[in-house]
Ligand binder design. Sequence first.
Ligand code: GDP
Ligand code: MG
Length: 164
Amino acid sequence: MIRKKLCLLGTSAVGKTSLVRRFVRGMFSDEYLTTLGVKIDKKAVMIGDVRVELLVWDLNGEDAFQKLQMSYLRGAGGYFLVVDGTRPTTLDHALDLHERAQAVTGPVPYLLLLNKGDLVTEWSLDDARVQALEAAGHDVRRTSAKVDDGVEGAFHDLAARMLG
Ligand code: GDP
Ligand code: MG
C-alpha cells in the first residue's frame, strides 16, 4: 500500500474544507484536531493499477487572525494551492504560501485551484491573469466544490504526479 500526504493551502473560506468534503464524500474520516487547526481525512485512489491511499490534510486558512504552522507540511508529497476565484487577493496569498511551502517540502508537485468556478457573475480572475500564471509554470485548474466540477480530476491528477 502506498501512502501519500497531500495538503490544502489557502486563505480562509476559499473552499479547502468543501473540496475535501466533496472528494472524500462520507469515506472514513480520521481525526479532528481542532486545537491544531488541521483535519486529516483518508481516501484511496487508483492511479492506473496502483492503489494510493491519500492522507488529506485540510489545514487552517490563513488570515489576519491566524497564521499557518508551516511544519504541518512536513512529509507532504504534494499540495493544492486553493484560490477563491471571486477574490483576487486570495491568489496573491496562495502564491506567497507556495513559496513558504516549498521551503519546507522542496519541489513537490502542486496544483493551483481556482475554486468557486460556479460563481460566474462574481468571477474576478480574467483569462490574461490565468495565462500569465500558466506562463509562469503553474498548473491552473478551475474547480467548484459546490457543483462538483473538476474536483475528482484535480485529486487524481495531483496523486498521479505525486507517484511520479
Ligand atoms: P475553507 O476555509 O477554505 O476551508 O473554506 P470552506 O470550505 O469552509 O468554504 C468557505 C465558504 O465558501 C463556505 O460558505 C462554502 O459553502 C463556500 N464554498 C466553498 N466552495 C465553494 C464553491 O465551489 N462554490 C461556491 N459557490 N461556494 C463555495
Ligand atoms: Mg476549512
